[in-house]
Design a protein around this ligand. Structure first.
Ligand code: HEM
Length: 453
């Protein structure tokens, strides 16, 4: 047994097995707290051994920021990157990453893109809410996923709900299971399942390529390019030298965007409903603000400019994302020996950035388990809020997901009331993993009853 928490010396990188003493942990953060109690705070990192690799767990704002921002020393290396696509944003590094990122950021974050997205997603949200009210009792996780995927289909490739989208949903389900799984390939593991569905990745590729060819054909016939969805955006954007993305880059990035943006946004919507059911005072304030803006509007929908005026709603969005901790961890691999505040991080060690610990640490957030949107009246302590990461790989979908959650809250708070009937989870996050430790797939599905009013 190797003790954790000692100063790391350069010769510690030998392959050893750490046997953790079994601990009954109520929350994932208790793991870090137990280390802090045992070894003191140091600089907020502990060494351990995970899946056959020596690893560092980092849990303080400054060390996380240091790792996130030292791209050359700590690279992002997903276990099963082939499932995402070798030319996707998450798979490329250095200059190739900077170039691709500017394409992607432009395609989804430009004000005109956000305006278009705001228009596109609301009809489906409204229709979903109406159907929920008719059903009465819901499994929120399933419903949130359905409406999110329909909107993703529309936003990314102009797909309408129907059999094709349902097939794609199943194909993505397989991919999601395998992307974060450790590559242990034997029956029963998520990775094994994903290998089985590697054919699914190919099928998705084929579906997107058909769409891509249709778009090219349309452009040739009409002689003009129209921008209706993310695929158009990615196909049309040019760098300073007038170069465009290749077809494979377009397809790989659509796939990786769905993987990164689908479940994350759905889970955030699910948690918003959960917290609002638990905190009626917050819901009341949310409703007031949204009623006020609705009175000023003529049609059924609001604009992206309206959303930026919904100050309290945006705080509810932020607090939901903080509490939900959808990306609970991130990880890097040290490409060389790096020194940090007198500690050495040896080459080839994994660094697990325990993001959720930052957001649940009372040193960073007062009464952190309380859902309190008003805490956002002032900004978070520098570095303590890393829900979307930080540095060169900060989530490019952060504005898009915030916008979608705000729009969902707008329509939800205006027209519906709901209560938590019974909860599949406790008051703490009890993520059960279908895919091993790294596969943080939520199996939480609160049951709700919902009614229009
Ligand atoms: C609440 C929702 C979301 C959360 C909490 C979230 C969180 C994150 C985090 C923490 C990272 C950084 C990972 C790292 O540096 O290791 C990241 C990266 C990424 N996210 Fe998100 N994300 C969300 C929604 C989205 C959406 C909607 C999209 C797509 C439209 C998206 C696309 C991506 C991509 C492509 C990356 C990789 C960026 C790169 O490597 O340069 N995310 N996300």
């Amino acid at each position: 047994m190797v003790e954790l928490g000692f100063r790391i010396s350069a010769n510690i990188g030998v392959d050893v097995v750490v046997v953790e003493r079994p601990m009954v942990l109520r929350r994932p953060d208790d793991f870090i707290n137990s280390k802090r109690r045992k070894y003191g705070d140091g600089v907020g990192m502990y060494r351990t051994h995970l899946f056959g690799s020596p690893s560092i767990i980092a849990c303080f704002p400054s060390i996380n920021k240091f790792v996130f921002r030292s791209d050359a020393n700590f690279i992002l290396k997903w276990p099963n990157i082939d499932l995402m696509g070798s030319t996707s944003l998450v798979a490329v590094h250095g200059k190739a990453h900077t170039r691709l990122r500017s394409f992607v950021i432009n395609a989804i974050n430009r004000p005109d893109a956000l305006r278009r997205i705001t228009e596109m997603v609301q009809p489906r949200m409204v229709a979903a809410l109406e159907s929920w009210a008719q059903k009465g009792r819901l499994k929120m996780y399933d419903e949130a996923k359905k409406v999110t995927f329909e909107n993703i289909g529309k936003l990314f490739v102009s797909f309408e709900p129907g059999p094709l989208l349902e097939t794609m949903d199943k194909l993505f389900y397989g991919l999601l299971g395998g992307v974060r799984a450790q590559p242990f390939n034997f029956p029963g593991t998520a990775y094994h399942h994903a290998i089985q569905v590697i054919k699914c990745r190919k099928k998705l590729d084929a579906i997107f390529r058909v769409e891509l060819e249709k778009k090219k054909k349309k452009k040739n016939e009409n002689g003009v390019e129209t921008t209706n969805d993310l695929m158009d955006g990615l196909m049309q954007i040019e760098d300073e030298e007038g170069k465009r993305l290749s077809d494979q880059e377009v397809v790989d990035n659509i796939v990786s965007f769905v993987v990164a943006g689908y479940e994350s946004t759905a889970v955030a919507s699910m948690w918003a409903l959960y917290y609002l059911a638990k905190y009626p005072n917050v819901l009341e304030k949310l409703r007031e603000e949204n009623m006020a803006i609705r009175k000023k509007k003529k049609g059924d929908y609001i604009t992206s400019e309206d959303v930026s005026k919904l100050k309290y709603t945006n705080k509810v969005v932020e607090e939901t994302i903080r509490m939900a901790n959808i990306a609970a961890i991130s990880f890097r691999l040290a490409t060389q020996e790096v020194e940090y505040e007198g500690y050495k991080i040896p080459k080839n060690w994994k660094v697990i950035l325990w993001l959720r610990y930052l957001h649940t640490d009372p040193e960073n957030f007062d009464d952190p388990t309380c859902f309190n949107p008003d805490r956002w009246n002032k900004p978070a302590r520098p570095g303590s809020y890393q829900v979307f990461g930080t540095g060169a790989r900060t989530c490019p979908g952060n504005t898009l997901s915030r916008l979608q959650i705000a729009l969902f809250l707008h329509h939800l708070s205006l027209g519906y009331k709901w209560e938590l009937k019974e909860s599949g989870c406790k008051d703490y996050l009890s993520f059960t993993s279908k895919t091993g430790l790294m596969g943080l797939r939520s199996s939480i599905s609160g049951n709700y009853s919902i009614a229009g009013y």
